[in-house]
Design a binder for this molecule. Structure first.
Ligand SMILES: [Zn+2]
Length: 312
């Protein structure tokens, strides 16, 4: 199973910016577990949405902020008007769908929600199905959140405290240079394995299991190397590479991490998830560079994939 990584959360924030920001929202908790928070936000104008790492912050006119972390299982279903969030690209899975009848699930990947076969709705707004923690609705668009690890209302100072505990995110900083130096300092001052540090959201934000494995392979770096043994310029190159992969993931909605593909190969990888990665998910299969079987092991409770020859 895969888990939402930073690019997904940025895409979700952009979907809200496209279709919900500037609107007065009807906010409810069909499941009931967020009833008090929903009542507080109901009827307010949404003024902005941002993502930092794997967290989304939706700010309302009174200054109230809805903080959502999808965790392992969370996803948003968007219904009705689901606008393109990248110039010239339609929302995935809904190409040509008539206005008001679209349905897109944004979580570990992007697809049709099971409740809307063919990516189309029978009617709008759709009835909430299952455990919907919160529903945000305009006249034309509905977003249903289910399965998050966090969904709460914060004030701006509490939001700042959350953000302050997160490492830099290349897609939410204006100064990639300075942010990169912060990440270099944090990694090179620790004795913990670099493979573990890349997943530590207080070191660098937004990297999950897939990006972690792929960034380390692209750098040909042994994941077990303690942070303080990794040369500063190598960490800097990891950050610079993350600052390339993340915007690419935000643009495409895919974690396509192989830079060796021509146009045809890229098209194949878009259609076939097993063609997208260097090492992730390829335990026992030959390394795409040297042919050695890719190794999988547990690191801090998560599966880590690497090539023992290329990355030593
Ligand atoms: Zn190899």
């Amino acid at each position: 199973m895969t888990v939402p990584e930073g690019h997904t959360v940025h895409r979700i924030a952009r979907q809200f910016t496209a279709d919900f920001v500037g609107h007065r929202l009807a906010v409810s908790s069909p499941q009931g577990r967020f009833a008090a928070g929903a009542a507080r936000l109901d009827g307010q104008v949404l003024t902005g949405t941002t993502a930092v790492g794997k967290q989304m912050f939706a700010t309302f006119e009174t200054g109230d902020v809805l903080r959502v972390h999808l965790g392992l299982y969370g996803a948003w279903d968007f219904f009705g008007v689901v606008s393109p969030i990248v110039d010239g690209q339609d929302a995935r899975g809904s190409m040509g769908a008539p206005r008001l009848r679209r349905a897109v699930r944004m979580g570990e990947d992007e697809r049709e929600p099971p409740s809307a076969e063919g990516g189309l709705l029978a009617s709008f707004p759709p009835d909430p199905v299952g455990a919907v923690r919160v529903r945000l609705a305009t006249e034309h668009s509905v977003a249903d959140l289910r399965g998050p690890s966090a969904c709460e209302v914060l004030d701006p100072s509490a939001v700042q405290a959350v953000v302050d505990r997160l490492g830099p995110d290349p897609a939410s900083t204006d100064d990639l240079e300075a942010a990169g130096e912060v990440v270099v300092d944090r990694i090179t001052s620790r004795g913990v394995a670099v493979g573990q540090l890349l997943m530590d959201q207080s070191v660098v934000a937004g990297i999950g299991n897939i990006y972690r494995a792929e960034l380390l392979f692209r750098a040909r770096l042994d994941p077990h190397t303690p942070g303080r043994r990794v040369p500063r310029e190598v960490v800097r190159a990891l950050w610079d590479d993350w600052a390339v992969l993340l915007p690419d993931g935000i643009r495409t909605g895919l974690m396509l991490t192989r830079e060796d593909l021509d146009d045809e190969g890229r098209a194949r990888a878009i259609a076939d998830p097993t063609e997208r990665h260097w090492v992730y998910g390829r335990a026992g299969l030959p390394c795409r560079v040297c042919g050695t079987p890719v190794v999988v092991e547990e690191m801090a409770g998560r599966k880590l994939y690497f090539c023992p020859v290329c990355q030593r």
